[in-house]
Design a protein around this ligand. Structure first.
Ligand code: V47
Ligand code: SF4
Length: 397
């Protein structure tokens, strides 16, 4: 059951939100109808105020971030033609296709020794030549060379793909990957679980129920994971809430999700963006803020809601800290997936820029590790600053 939270009712102007506010004040769980009503409401201030109150009750003014490095080892993907929202994947012989050798992965990871990096976030395509041995060798070598760095790797879709290639069960695959060094799993590959939406944007991808089943298996083995939702394409409000309900149900069952991250769809260089005539556009700030706020309100059993500044800009990410978010995707090195899809943000953010963003929102930055343990709190704010630097692409941490 969620905790009862006091609200400033004066901030809520839409009468349709009043019964929802009553539930939050009583500590009652929101229904799917409530979730849809939240998305349908134009009262962004009211929705945000409720999410902010719930978030502050859980986390006070603290905003977490972790220094991480993204590694995308292969963009070769068997679903290249059917995930029509993806700009990153290539067929094996297509221009721009790549698969890193172990040496290339280690070379890319090498910056972890001279930066604050404490987490490698490793995801890529469904490459027929990247089976279990490719990843176990990679994880063993990364652990040998960077023993202090946590490995968050492989979406549920990639795990199921490796299991298929190597003719193993998902459970056996997870156990073998864990033995090689996998610590936790990221939340990608979820997109939107609705069968109708999946048939349109990700036909042939692991079904929603199967995505949930892989995470259930991981949680039962003690492997924690994240969860996501890709919003802003063809999905309806009902689809979004059905998706969040499936995540909430699994969390009730296992408690294995660490964080929820809504992912804003980027329409450049992919077939879906072209079909929808959306190239060069982005999701609206209104929808970006609604998605984090409703994630916070509906997913009452997931502690952390994370904003991904690469996708929504550092400026929306900063504002989202007052709309229910308590966690920021940290300093990152060389992200590729959204930059192929038209994200114009930098590919890395310095520690100083992250601190300024968080402090600029009058919040307290807290560095965490990959399992959300606090590493250091950046107390005090010498100069609360309304001027936020645009992050530079040049340096990480
Ligand atoms: O599953 C692909 C998305 C996801 C596009 O767990 C796109 O901490 C927008 O899940 N526009 C992978 N999104 C990334 C991911 C993630 C990111 C940050 C943190 C964590 C975490 C997980 O990227 C894919 C898909 O949903 N994606 N193409 C696109 N054109
Ligand atoms: Fe492949 Fe993932 Fe892109 Fe789909 S979203 S084509 S599975 S890399």
């Amino acid at each position: 059951m969620p905790a009862a939270v006091a609200l400033d009712r004066g901030l809520i102007s839409d009468p349709a939100l009043r019964p929802i506010a009553d539930k939050i004040e009583r500590g009652d769980r929101l229904s799917t109808d409530d979730g849809v009503a939240l998305f349908a409401s134009p009262d962004i201030v009211g929705v945000g105020a409720m999410a902010n109150a719930v978030n502050r009750a859980k986390h006070g003014d603290h905003v977490l971030f972790a220094a991480n490095q993204h590694i995308n080892p292969t963009n070769i993907c068997t679903l290249r033609k059917t995930c029509v929202f993806c700009s990153y994947a290539r067929l094996p012989k297509e221009d721009g296709a790549y698969r890193y050798t172990l040496e290339q992965v280690l070379e890319e990871a090498a910056t972890a020794n001279s930066t604050l990096t404490r987490e490698f976030h490793i995801v890529g395509g469904l490459d027929m030549k990247a089976g279990l041995a490719y990843y176990t060798e990679m994880f063993r070598a990364l652990k040998a060379n960077f023993p202090h760095v946590h490995i968050k790797a492989l979406t549920a879709v990639e795990i199921a793909h490796i299991a298929r290639i190597d003719k193993m069960s998902v459970r056996e695959t997870l156990i073998a990957l864990r033995e090689a060094g996998l610590d936790t799993m990221p939340g990608g590959g979820a997109e939107v679980f609705s069968a109708g939406v999946r048939a349109t944007i990700a036909d042939k991808k692991l079904a929603g129920e199967q995505w949930i089943a892989v995470h259930r298996e991981a949680h039962q083995l003690g492997i924690r994971s994240n969860c996501t939702m890709l919003y802003g394409h063809v999905e309806t409000y009902t689809d979004r809430i059905a998706h969040l309900s499936m995540l909430r149900d699994l969390q009730d069952e296992t408690g294995g999700f660490l964080a929820y991250i809504p992912l804003a769809y980027h329409p450049d260089n992919n077939e879906l963006g072209h079909t929808l005539h959306r190239e060069g556009t982005a999701t609206s700030g209104f929808d970006d803020l609604k998605n984090v706020a409703i994630g916070r309100l509906f997913l009452d059993n997931i502690d952390h809601v994370k904003t991904h500044w690469v996708m929504v800009t550092p400026f929306i990410s900063q504002t989202s800290l007052h709309f229910g978010v308590n966690d920021m995707e940290g300093t990152m090195v060389r992200e590729k997936i959204y930059h192929e899809a038209g994200a114009h943000t930098a590919q890395a953010m310095t520690l100083d820029a992250i601190l300024r963003l968080i402090r600029g929102a009058r919040k307290v930055p807290v560095e965490r590790d990959a399992l959300y343990r606090v590493l250091r709190t950046f107390d005090g704010d010498p100069s609360p600053d309304s001027v936020v630097p645009a992050p530079t692409a040049s340096a990480a941490a």
